[in-house]
Design a protein around this ligand. Structure first.
Ligand SMILES: Cc1cc2nc3c(=O)[nH]c(=O)nc-3n(C[C@H](O)[C@H](O)[C@H](O)COP(=O)(O)O)c2cc1C
Length: 480
């Protein structure tokens, strides 16, 4: 069962070495973000942990970052799963969403600040790219509502603090949140908004998935969690927010109120100069009495942001291919954890049914995702093991036969740094590699499985160090 509160997850993550505490005082204008950057830039995936800063100058609250997306292991733990269960759980959540339920009282409203008492400056909001960012940013789930219907959207949209009661939200046209706010502005009314900080892990992980309009992220979050998300009404607007969150910030976006947002470090590894974006006026801050402020770290990959987005978007592409396109011979799909799924590398495992099937699936993935590179392999390959993939590329891939370049692809987010903009538009390209077996193969040059397993007993009785059999080796031995 997935953890029902962020703090329950944090406690277990700490026990498992996936979260460390820092008790010395830290300056939020540079120190926590730069330290978390070392966790991502300096440590390997296996070593990495999130950090809980207990003593942030200028705030009574602790600050946590990097914990949910420290690694695939941390991501799985957040959902109470083994790593191999992540895609199947996502698939089942997308196919069988679980609607949220409403509650009347909520931990996230233990303490309520409204009017002049609701001050963003009281929260330990970090500056994420110190020396380059325009200022501190909230990096958490943002909830909006559609006028007249009660439909809600969730997405992580960075939000720059302008003053204690003002923030500029990176709500870009085309995004779900912007579309919903526009329905209020079209009536000449302010759009309600809420920032959800430190919600239960499933909610946070679901909110970064780029779901089709109309799909309710909260119901997907319920499916991921294995239990409905409990929602409570905000105190100053009608948005329904997760009751078990640590902190909720409530606000209103007046029509036409815009301000420059940025510059800000982007998740693709470069600074973004920014542009004018909608401004929110803060109407309330509600929280647990001993709330933990959670900020998702982003910027230069690998980052927490890319780990969270890659997992969500890989699962979404897999669901489209398997369920909407009916391609049940596709078994698994992995997005490299560095670009969050945009312009990234996706690797697909499948059992081809006819000549050209691998290439067909690769082209399909190219069409329905924002991936730049797609590699398709057989089911006997560990798609998350780069050494196994290198072997496959050497053993089964014939570049002139097995490559397709798709040219003139409109870059929806206009962000691909390798492509120059012409008249403000970027036209990129994609590559599809079919590295599934095209010609009959000889036997693997490994002893038969029974000999390998007997040799493992000899290994143990000889007192050699114990190890977990890597999936790459298991897949090979099973076929030997
Ligand atoms: C830390 C972090 C920061 C993000 N910042 C933004 C942002 O400022 N603007 C944006 O459009 N997407 C941003 N994203 C990506 C969106 O949250 C994601 O694509 C989400 O699916 C958008 O929701 P929507 O599809 O309902 O619009 C961010 C993701 C993360 C994890």
């Amino acid at each position: 069962m997935s953890y029902r509160t962020f703090r329950d997850f944090a406690a277990v993550a700490e026990q498992q070495g996936l979260l460390r505490r820092v008790s010395k005082p830290v300056d939020p204008s540079w120190e926590p973000a730069a330290m978390v950057k070392w966790a991502f830039q300096g440590l390997s995936d296996d070593e990495r942990f999130g950090i809980l800063f207990e003593n942030v100058e200028g705030s009574d609250l602790s600050l946590c970052s990097g914990a949910l997306g420290a690694s695939r292991k941390a991501y799985a733990l957040a959902l109470g799963l083994e790593e191999a269960e992540i895609n199947p759980r996502w698939e089942s959540a997308l196919v069988n969403p679980l609607a949220p339920v409403t509650v009347q009282s909520a931990p996230c409203q233990e303490v309520v600040f409204t009017g002049a008492d609701a001050r963003l400056g009281d929260l330990p909001i970090p500056t994420w790219t110190p020396g380059k960012d325009a200022g501190p940013y909230l990096t958490t789930t943002v909830m909006t509502a559609e006028f007249g219907t009660g439909n809600q959207n969730t997405g992580v949209y960075r939000t720059q603090v302008l003053a204690d009661d003002r923030a500029v939200v990176n709500l870009a046209p085309g995004r779900g949140g912007h579309g919903q706010c526009a329905t209020w502005w079209a009536q000449g009314k302010p759009a309600p908004i809420a920032w959800v900080i430190g919600a239960e892990p499933a909610f946070q992980l679901a909110s970064v998935a780029t779901l089709p309009t109309g799909v309710q992220e909260m119901a997907i979050a319920g499916g991921l969690q294995g239990a409905p998300i409990e929602l409570v009404k905000c105190v100053t607007n009608d948005i329904m927010v997760p009751a078990n969150a640590e902190i909720i910030v409530e606000g209103l976006l007046q029509p036409g109120d815009m301000a420059p947002e940025g510059p800000f470090g982007e998740n693709l590894g470069f600074m973004n100069p920014g542009s004018d974006k909608p401004v929110a006026t803060i109407t309330a801050i509600t929280r647990r009495s001993d709330a933990i402020y959670y900020g998702i770290s982003s910027q230069m990959p690998p980052s927490e942001s890319t780990v969270l987005q890659s997992h969500a978007n890989a699962a979404l592409t897999l669901k489209i291919i398997r369920h909407d396109m009916g391609e049940r011979h596709v078994h698994d799909l992995h997005y490299d954890l560095t670009y969050g799924g945009q312009m990234a590398h996706g690797v697909i495992a499948m059992t081809p049914q006819y000549p050209g099937h691998g290439m067909k699936i690769g082209r399909l993935a190219a069409e329905v995702s924002a991936l730049k590179r797609i590699t398709v392999v057989d089911e006997d390959v560990d798609i998350r093991d780069t050494r196994h993939l290198d072997w496959v590329m050497n053993a089964r891939y014939n570049p002139s036969r097995d490559t397709v370049i798709i040219d003139n692809v409109f870059m929806r987010s206009a962000m691909d740094p390798s492509v120059e903009a012409v008249d403000g538009v970027k036209m990129g390209s994609k590559i599809v590699v079919d590295a599934t077996r095209s010609v009959p193969e000889d036997d693997f040059s490994l002893p038969h499985k029974d000999i390998m397993m007997k040799a493992l007993e000899s290994w143990k009785s000889a007192g050699l160090p114990d190890f977990d059999i890597p999936r790459r080796a298991q897949l090979r031995i099973d076929k030997s």
